[in-house]
Structures are given as C-alpha cells and as structure tokens.
Design a binder for this molecule. Structure first.
Ligand SMILES: Cc1ncc(COP(=O)(O)O)c(C=O)c1O
Length: 381
C-alpha cells in the first residue's frame, strides 16, 4: 500500500475534541452563528428552482457571470467568465487542483511560514517539494534577496495567502510587486489565496496580485465564498486564471468533484449580484468588534498578539504565562482552561525550533468569545 506522509488536520481534529471536552472552540476559523437571513432566502429559492442536477463542470453559467462582475467591481480584474473561471468545492479544491494541474510532480513550490496548515498536506498530496521562507514578526515582510535565496531550478510556483491565515498580515503593494517581479524573473506561477479578501481592516486595503504589472498571465487566484458569506458548509469557491491555465485546471477539477453543489452556486450568484456594499461593511464591523473583545481579553490574561490587518485570526505569544512548547501549552489550555487555540507549530512544515505561539480565531459569536475570555482570565489567576 502506498503511504504518503499525510496527517489528519490538527485544526479540524481540535474542533472535534472541543465538543468532547466542553471547550470553547477558538481553533477552527468558521463562524458559530448562523448565516444571514438573506443568504438563507437565496438558498431556499435556489432549492425551489429546478437546479438539482449536475451543472456545467466549470461552474453554473449564472455564477461565473456573477463572479466576473464581482471581480471587475471589487478586485479590478477584467475576466472572461467562459474562459477564465472554474467554480470549485471551496478554496480547498481550488488550491489542490492548482498544485496538481499546474506544477509537475517532484517540482518545488515556495510559500511562507507561518502558513495555513492545508498547504503542507496539499503539497504532499500533489507530490511537490514545499520550500518555505519563514517570515518574522512583527511585520512578516520579505525582500527580493530572501526570495532569491529560496530559488532552485526545480521551483515552478509561489503561493501566498493574502490576507494571511494565520497571522492576519495584509501584504502591501510593494511586497506583492516584489513577489511578482521574482516570479517573472524565474518564470514562476503565482498561487494567490484570497479567501479573506473582504475581511480587511482600515488602514489596510486588499489588493489582488493578479492586477499588478506582469502578474495577470501567471497568477492563479483562489477564493472561497464560505468566509465572506458565513456559509463554509456550502462548499463553493472558485479559481481565476488566464485561459491556458484555466484549461488545465478544468481538466483536473472535472475528475475530482465534477461540480460544486448546484443550488448553492445559484444562491452565491444571487448574493454576489444583490447584496449591497453595506452587507460587507456590516460583516467587517461585526468581526472588528469580536476582535476588540478577544484582544482585550487576551491582553488581560497576559498574552500578546500581532495586530492583524485582515482575516479573523490572532497570532499570540504567551511568554508571561508558560515556558512550555506551544503544542503542550495548547493542550493544557484545552484540557484545563477549556479553551481551544491552535499551537503555532502547526503552521510550520517542520518545527526544529518551537515558535511558542498560538492562533486564536475571533470568527465566533460575542457570547462565545466572552466565555473564552472569562476562562482565559481564570487561567491567569
Ligand atoms: C487561507 C485559507 N485558504 C483556504 C481555506 C479553505 O476554504 P474553503 O472552506 O473554501 O475550502 C481556508 C479555510 O480556513 C483558509 O483559511
């Protein structure tokens, strides 16, 4: 039997353990409140319509057109909905098919740590060598010289999560252009995970890499709709790329999942076309408030954190509370304080030196966050 060095997702396993331990779950990044009444209504109406069979494997035409309009409006990207979009089962499938379809097995993919846990496992599944540039607090920036040091003749693509899970870093135009220039110099693809594109706090701004000079023909933008509309269970995401790249992505997608759930595609198309700007602003304000509550509680409990520019995670230090490695501290937090975060080491492919960090999400409701805050304060006492 073939055995890949894969492991279960630590984050998803923690969510299951939370339920067993009666712990407050600040580990997995999904909202624990309901989606909005508008989203439910779109879904109900889509289910009433006759859209219960396979749709076009590239994505329901109504959704691809809505995505193209949204890309023009929000991202400043002009895209042909028939030639440059594939609707996928979430950003998870989007990134997976990008790795499998566009990078040769045995070739290298460069990304940055701390990183979203899935990239490590997805690159193993795709048979790629993952090269990792570790970024440093507090600004998590990088230089062209650092990128050049990571280059090998086997390198075929670079992957950036922006806004970044787990640090909340929102990359600047200069940083993004540095990455694009590096990619152009070495003829690399750029995989841009923009799952949290709508969750960006002032004064930061979300900038899609694909809009930068030199980027369009080599960038594969991978996006989820689950976070933006609080519907992570609907499993609708999409990938945007130039036509030759999209043709390869489509072949891989077709044989993985054929289509994302058809009625939910129709509902997401309605959301993109019909929800006003105030919907997104309300969402951002609501998460900003949750961030405020959690950061206040963490500071009172003696933890430090990097102020995020986007996404809904806090990258935290705990030096004032404990001297142990982060996996042990996260375990103690879960079993003793009954609060679950994620050990920072989960966001590195290998941990020669333990980062001694925790990631907490503030995607949960105010009562959940307040309960976590009470438990963290009790831990300090
Ligand atoms: C950076 C990042 N990319 C992708 C995903 C997966 O998104 P989806 O649920 O659309 O597959 C997540 C989910 O947490 C994420 O944080």
């Amino acid at each position: 039997m073939r055995r890949l060095p894969m492991r279960e997702s630590v984050i998803r396993r923690t969510t299951i353990r939370c339920a067993r331990e009666g712990a407050v779950n600040l580990s997995q990044g999904f909202p624990d409140d309901d989606t909005s009444p508008e989203m439910k209504q779109f879904a109900r109406e889509a289910i009433e319509e006759s859209c219960h069979q396979y749709t076009d494997p590239w994505g329901a035409p109504a959704l691809r057109r809505a995505i193209a309009r949204k890309l023009a409006r929000f991202n400043g990207l002009s895209v042909d909905p028939d030639r440059q979009i594939v609707v996928t089962c979430g950003a998870t499938e989007g990134m997976m098919i990008a790795m499998e379809a566009l990078v040769e097995r045995g070739a290298a993919l460069l990304t940055f740590a701390p990183m979203y846990e899935n990239y490590v496992l997805q690159s193993i599944a795709a048979g790629l060598e993952l090269r990792v540039l570790e970024l440093r607090e507090p600004d998590f920036s990088f230089t062209r010289a650092e990128l050049e040091r990571m280059w090998t003749p086997r390198l075929q693509a670079v992957l950036l999560s922006n806004p970044c899970n787990p640090t909340g870093k929102v990359f600047t135009r200069e940083e993004l252009q540095t990455l694009v220039d590096f990619a152009c110099a070495h003829d690399l693809l750029v995989f841009a995970d923009e799952t949290y594109e709508y969750l960006v706090w002032e004064p930061h701004r979300h900038l899609s890499i694909a809009t930068l000079p030199g980027a369009a023909e080599r960038t594969v933008t991978v996006t989820s709709t689950g976070k933006t509309y609080s519907v992570t269970g609907w499993r609708v995401g999409y990938v945007v790329a130039d036509e030759p790249l999209t043709n390869e992505l489509r072949k891989m997608h077709d044989f993985h999942t054929v289509t994302a759930p058809h009625p939910f595609q129709i509902a997401i198309a309605r959301a993109m076309d019909e929800l006003p700007e105030s919907y997104y602003a309300r969402q951002r304000d609501s998460f900003a408030e949750r961030k405020r509550i959690l950061t206040t509680a963490l500071a009172a409990a003696g933890l430090t954190y990097c102020d995020p520019g986007g996404a809904y995670f806090l990258w935290c230090g705990y030096d004032a509370l404990a001297a142990e490695d982060d996996d042990l501290f996260a375990e103690r937090l879960l079993t003793e304080a009954k609060v679950a975060g994620v050990a920072g080491s989960v966001f590195y492919p290998r941990t020669a030196q333990n980062p001694r960090r925790l990631r907490f999400t503030f995607s949960k409701t105010r009562p959940t966050i307040e309960e976590a805050a009470r438990r963290l304060l009790a831990l300090r006492r």
